[in-house]
Design a protein around this ligand. Sequence first.
Ligand SMILES: [Fe+2]
Ligand SMILES: [Fe+2]
Length: 168
Amino acid sequence: MGLFSKEIKSMDDLFVHTLQDIYYAEKQITKALPKMMEKASNPQLKQGFEQHLRETEGQIQNLEQVFQMMNMEPKGVDCPAIDGIIEESNEIAGEVEDPKVLDAALIAAAQAVEHYEITRYGTLITWAQELGRSDCADLLKRNLAEEKATDEKLTQLAESRVNMAAAR
Ligand SMILES: [Fe+2]
Ligand SMILES: [Fe+2]
């Protein structure tokens, strides 16, 4: 369904469509994270991916609860944006041999994923509030907080890489 298809008539429809989009995205991310974990050499990065995989599973449960609150079955819609981000990171990672360079590529790819999630959750929270669904907004805020914390951890890892390189 295209974003401007006639099936989206109201803010409610738009909210649900975007909820289905992030639900699909989170599921794709649970498939991508184990592969990223495997490729990472830095133990902190590896462990960070592992932790975020568990968080992502919890986020999927939060989303399922939001669907329930909206009296809807949890369902995903194709999200070409997240597919593209994951596909691009796989392509780049496949071309890198040096483990340190590969870690840098993985951090960059993971941050692209987190930033996508942050924009989606930000929008969903605003719309949930507009629709008078602060109950849904509260659950979505929990997911957003985890994405932001993950992004910050990735920034710290990226910066410690740069510092280590400078000290060499
Ligand atoms: Fe997520
Ligand atoms: Fe995330």
